[in-house]
Design a protein around this ligand. Sequence first.
Ligand SMILES: [Zn+2]
Length: 87
Amino acid sequence: MKDQVCRYCGERFQLAPNKPGYVDECTDCLYEKTASETLRHKKFSEAVAEVNRIIEKVMKIHNMTREEVIASWRESLARENPTEPPN
Ligand SMILES: [Zn+2]
């Protein structure tokens, strides 16, 4: 094993063989990065679940299919955020 300086925190650490991640990042920084990615992934999953709950609500209220709800959202989004500049 040899000493390596972490490129993120500048700490010296022992470079173990088969260490996960980059050779120049310590296990603490690797852990922090992985943890924040897990958190981001969790937030995204929660957002998707929230959108699904709203879709199901709208489906019930308006007696629409999932595809119809999504299509009408796309239409209103396109109206509010036109990709082409108005003439
Ligand atoms: Zn580090």
